[in-house]
Design a protein around this ligand. Structure first.
Ligand SMILES: NC(=O)C1=CN([C@@H]2O[C@H](COP(=O)(O)OP(=O)(O)OC[C@H]3O[C@@H](n4cnc5c(N)ncnc54)[C@H](OP(=O)(O)O)[C@@H]3O)[C@@H](O)[C@H]2O)C=CC1
Ligand SMILES: Nc1nc(=O)c2c([nH]1)NC[C@@H]1CN(c3ccc(C(=O)N[C@@H](CCC(=O)O)C(=O)O)cc3)C=[N+]21
Length: 297
């Protein structure tokens, strides 16, 4: 029997933990604050940022939303980051990716105060993660770890294949899987667009994590019987409905569902965890900055 993993349900549990932490912080008059910055006209980005803001409201976090015209020079964004770094009511800063081509993404990430970097993308936080001393684990890979833990899927000694090597998903995912301790200790292979014989690699995996951004590229022929299949991909493909599109993952769900031991759907799989872990990191940031300790499992 294949388990269809309910990401919304797991995310609800984490949101409840986050709410308990905001209550604890409130006793010391600390209200966690998250600033989101959008410098894009992209519809999907707008949707995600507004989902993040709504999630803040629901968990007692103050949300501050900033929009910058994508035609503006990079300095406008950099100045805004500077203001947010200096604002004591803002504990977390998220600049929605992608930013326009004329803005150097690396410079954006480096300008965010590492203590407010709730995405975990600043080189200082990347370094800490790799060194096994993480401050903010990147939200999506951390969410995948929470899914595996919630489903009782052991990683220790297992063969894991991550498809994708981006700085926001693939690389940090692989880093978490090879760490010592719970949710780690996996033998991890990282695949990408230059990988040869991808199917041979994925077929040997106990856990496949698809984060390539290629609609339905992982099919049933590419996985082992009983494998855990985690679909990070979120792709908008044209569809004949009122929205004009539908969401599909990087996994061909119908072709994998029989063979997999457990599988995440899209939507309702990894996505809700990404948002829950952002709230988690924001509460953690508020705790670090205020010196008030909270209980974050
Ligand atoms: N669920 C969630 O919360 C989130 C979902 N996403 C989704 O996850 C997916 C990946 O996102 P992101 O990491 O930002 O994407 P990127 O485009 O930054 O990276 C994609 C990676 O996949 C690799 N790749 C591309 N095509 C293939 C292929 N045919 N075979 C093997 N590897 C391939 C690329 O290789 P190379 O490096 O060689 O180019 C690259 O490393 C997207 O669908 C995105 O929308 C992203 C963030 C959060
Ligand atoms: N600095 C930065 N940090 C990010 O974390 C970041 C980013 N930039 N840029 C874009 C990606 C994408 N991302 C998603 C978050 C939630 C869902 C999500 O909740 N998805 C729902 C469906 C959403 C829908 O209906 O469109 C689901 O899968 O069920 C998806 C994608 C965060 N990202």
């Amino acid at each position: 029997m294949t388990t269809i993993i309910d990401g919304n349900d797991i995310a609800d549990g984490i949101r409840a933990e986050v709410s308990a932490c905001t209550d604890t912080l409130a006793e010391s008059d600390v209200r966690p604050g998250l600033a989101t910055v959008l410098m894009s006209d992209d519809g999907a980005s707008e949707t995600y940022v507004s989902m993040k803001q709504r999630a803040c409201e629901e968990t007692g976090i103050a949300g501050f939303h900033h929009e910058i015209d994508p035609e503006e020079p990079a300095e406008v964004l950099f100045d805004r980051i500077e203001e947010l770094n200096a604002d004591p009511t803002v504990h977390g800063i998220l600049v929605q990716m992608p930013v326009p081509d004329h803005v150097d993404k690396r410079e954006v990430l480096e300008r965010i105060d590492p203590v407010k970097d709730v995405d975990g993308f600043h080189p200082e936080n990347v370094g800490r993660l790799v060194a096994g001393n993480a401050r903010f684990k990147p939200c999506t890979p951390h969410g995948v770890q929470k899914i595996l833990a919630a489903e009782g899927i052991e990683t220790e000694g297992k063969d894991a294949v991550v498809v994708g090597r981006s700085d926001i998903v693939g690389k940090p995912m692989a880093n978490l899987l090879v760490q010592y301790g719970e949710g780690g200790n996996a033998t991890t292979t990282v695949c990408h667009s230059r990988t040869q014989n991808l199917a041979e690699k994925t077929r040997n995996a106990d856990i496949v994590i698809a984060a390539a951004g290629v609609p339905e590229m992982i099919d049933g022929e590419m996985i082992q019987e009983g494998a855990t299949v985690i679909d990070v991909g979120i792709n908008r493909v044209d569809a004949d409905n009122e929205k004009g599109y539908e969401l599909v993952g990087d996994v061909n769900f119908d072709s994998c569902r029989e063979k997999a031991g457990a599988i995440t759907p899209v939507p309702g799989g990894v996505g809700p965890l990404t948002i829950a872990m952002l709230l988690y990191n924001t509460v953690k940031a508020a705790s670090i900055q205020s010196g008030v300790s909270v209980n974050l499992p």
